[in-house]
Design a protein around this ligand. Structure first.
Ligand SMILES: Cc1cc2nc3c(=O)[nH]c(=O)nc-3n(C[C@H](O)[C@H](O)[C@H](O)COP(=O)(O)OP(=O)(O)OC[C@H]3O[C@@H](n4cnc5c(N)ncnc54)[C@H](O)[C@@H]3O)c2cc1C
Length: 417
């Protein structure tokens, strides 16, 4: 029986373990934290959003980033001290190269294909395994507060519509009809793009539930176990040295999110994955509150929101500060103000639960999946701001590649070799 060691138990590592185990492999997962989904997959916005597959690298991005150097409260934040980080400088040059209209269009189209395929795979797993993760399948709404940005949004939407996604342009009355919790914010809304097939669900709950199903299929999780280096002889990986000793297998998968470049570098790989810090705040809801049933994005403030059972979460901000995960209450002020304006009675705003996470971003916005120059080493990383959406599809195509099958979708631009 083929043995496989998956490095990392985020949503990507866990879905990878699930698909690999279903092919009859003996799978082990090694994770430095005490449970699955404790790093970036912990408290993200939860949006399963092919309708938001746009890449960050776009013709408007450089201007927005430059503005953030001099103005506080921006959703995209570049700090002057970031210019001292060589990894960010290299990444930034590649990001800028992807900011042309042509590249942005191409990368978005590629991402959309993976996002849609991934959502199908997620549905299949959810149905087959009976997983409960506060899924809401009522669509997502992309809200615009003024006419010029609404016009830009509807013009952009063509890329996704050309890719086969059904999107509806709706006026403020239709917004409130679909989502009555937005009634109090009617005057702030110029219109919305509604994607009926988009969804929301708690990525952490999903990962925990899937990890349990993996265990039932014989997958072994080694928690509190940190990978220190990957050992190799020539073009073959021979083992993984951890703080608990050497682990060996026939095949190895790097699913370490934004830590992937650190462990791949000594093997000769410069993976273009940079940690981009994001913030989320979660509030309790319940009787007497009016949270939304349809999640979405406040496009002008770049704040995403979704309800998970009796919790309402807002997430925002893309900050380029390396692996720093510190925060202060002030960092959440912008998203809380936007959230409260949209849903004045959405939750108990006196009980915030703050969190930060590091998105494993590639310059193009597309992940890196598949083979490496080492015959038994594979990658599944770089899912950036959409790793929850792209998780099941990425794990499925990687498994196909490792089994020698042709994946069902075109992976051009998403592989290392
Ligand atoms: C604020 C925010 C909002 C987001 N919103 C959305 C959204 O709405 N929709 C969406 O699709 N995506 C969203 N994302 C993106 C999504 O959360 C990520 O793309 C996804 O979680 C990445 O998963 P991962 O498994 O690659 O990384 P991780 O979850 O970080 O998993 C990597 C694992 O590797 C482990 N690890 C690292 N180094 C070592 C080591 N040396 N040894 C052992 N283990 C190690 C880590 O502990 C971690 O558990 C959001 C992200 C943020 C930050």
């Amino acid at each position: 029986m083929t043995t496989t060691l998956v490095l990392g138990a985020g949503v990507i590592g866990t879905t990878t373990a699930y698909f690999l185990a279903s092919t009859g492999r003996k799978v082990n997962v090694v994770e430095r934290l005490p449970a699955p989904a404790m790093e970036t997959s912990f408290a993200n916005a939860g949006e399963i959003a092919p309708g938001h597959a746009y890449t960050w690298a776009s013709p408007r991005a450089p201007k927005i980033l430059m503005k953030s150097l001099f103005q506080d409260g921006q959703a995209l934040r570049l700090k002057l001290r970031a210019f001292g980080d060589p990894a960010l400088l290299t990444w930034g040059m590649q990001f800028l190269a992807n900011c042309t209209a042509e590249r942005s269009h191409l990368n978005t189209s590629r991402k959309l294909v993976l996002c849609r395929y991934s959502q199908q795979q997620l549905h299949e797993i959810t149905h087959k395994e009976g997983l409960d993760y506060d899924l809401l399948s009522k669509g997502l709404m992309y809200l615009y507060r003024d006419v010029p940005s609404f016009d830009r949004g509807t013009a952009n939407m063509k890329i996704l519509a050309d890719g086969g996604l059904s999107l509806k342009v709706i006026n403020p009355e239709q917004v409130v009809e679909l989502e009555p919790a937005l009634a109090g914010a009617r005057e702030h809304i110029a219109g919305a793009i509604y994607c009926p097939s988009d969804e929301s669900g708690d990525a952490r709950l999903f990962t925990l539930a899937l990890a349990e199903r993996c265990k039932q299929r014989g997958v072994q999780f080694d928690f509190n176990c940190t990978v220190e280096r990957i050992q190799h002889e020539g073009r073959k990986v021979t083992g993984v040295m951890t703080d608990k000793g050497l682990l060996t297998a026939d095949e190895y998968v790097i699913a370490l999110g934004c830590h992937a470049p650190l462990l791949a570098r000594p093997l000769g790989y410069r993976l273009p994955v940079y940690p981009v810090k994001g913030y989320s705040v979660t509030f309790p809801t319940g009787e007497g509150f009016e949270p939304p049933d349809i999640g979405g994005v406040d496009e002008n403030n770049l704040v995403a929101y979704a309800r998970f059972g009796n919790r309402l979460r807002f997430t925002a901000t893309a900050e380029f500060t390396g692996f720093d995960k510190q925060f202060t209450k002030k960092d959440f002020a912008h998203m809380q103000a936007s959230g409260r304006e949209l849903f004045p009675n959405g939750a108990d705003y006196s009980k915030p639960d703050y969190w930060v996470g590091l998105r494993p971003m590639t310059p193009a916005g597309t992940p890196i999946i598949g083979k490496t120059h080492h015959q038994n080493l594979f990658l599944n990383t770089g899912h950036g701001h959409m790793g929850w959406t792209m998780s099941c599809g990425s794990a499925r195509v990687l498994t196909d590649i490792m089994d020698g099958r042709t994946p069902e979708i075109d992976l051009t631009g998403m592989t290392l070799i």
